[in-house]
Design a protein around this ligand. Sequence first.
Ligand code: ADP
Ligand code: CDP
Length: 215
Amino acid sequence: MTLVIAMDGPSGSGKSSVSKGVARALGLRYLDTGAMYRAMTWWMLHEGVPVDDPAAIAARAGEPDLNSGTDPAAPTITVDGVDVSGPIRGQEVTGAVSAVAAVPAVRERLVALQREIIGAGGIVVEGRDIGTVVAPAAQVKIYLTASAEARAQRRSAELSGASITATQADLARRDRLDSTRKVDPLAQAADAIELDTTSLGLDEVIEEVLRIARK
Ligand code: ADP
Ligand code: CDP
């Protein structure tokens, strides 16, 4: 099974939900690369590494032992054996993750780990740079988008009632940080199929991706 489906796009465009749905429908594994950047950030904060100091982050980027479970029905992530699935979604990690993810030593280590997990394939991989950097040979490349308003609305609903305005400001801040790096992880692969999910339901998006993957 060599199929690799790369699912890229900004926050709240639907990558996680769509990737898990597609992986389950096709019997594939699933990898959330954002969770890996979040887990690395959680560990830096836990260790007291100053997250505004790229040199300090780079010096320690090789230390944490990260493990990603790839079952789409129950994805897990551990750092040094500790399940951090909950804490990596907290505000502290969300506020620091773009800065940590911008450090080249972090990206090099995590991209290498991601390629190891992808191995021979049979997997849906979601992130920002999957179709461009991590798996440029992926047979199926999807770039999900949605309006800034729709993305903020979805995220704040998930965060049980967080203000839409504050959530939209946070997403805009992260999109800006994520796309002003030397190598832009929000850049779309030239051969990716773009799907605007603003006015589509989750099931419709999954169906559309399955249709593309079966071609
Ligand atoms: P991402 O991984 O791109 O940040 P998620 O898959 O986590 O996005 O989606 C964020 C939220 O929006 C989730 O609660 C999800 O159920 C919801 N969602 C995703 N896609 C759609 C869609 N097409 N229509 C409505 N809600 C959606
Ligand atoms: O779920 P959400 O879209 O909010 O974010 P995520 O996918 O969990 O990713 C969190 C952060 O990790 C992003 O804002 C990026 O800074 C970084 N990231 C990255 O740089 N490259 C990836 N392949 C995935 C995530």
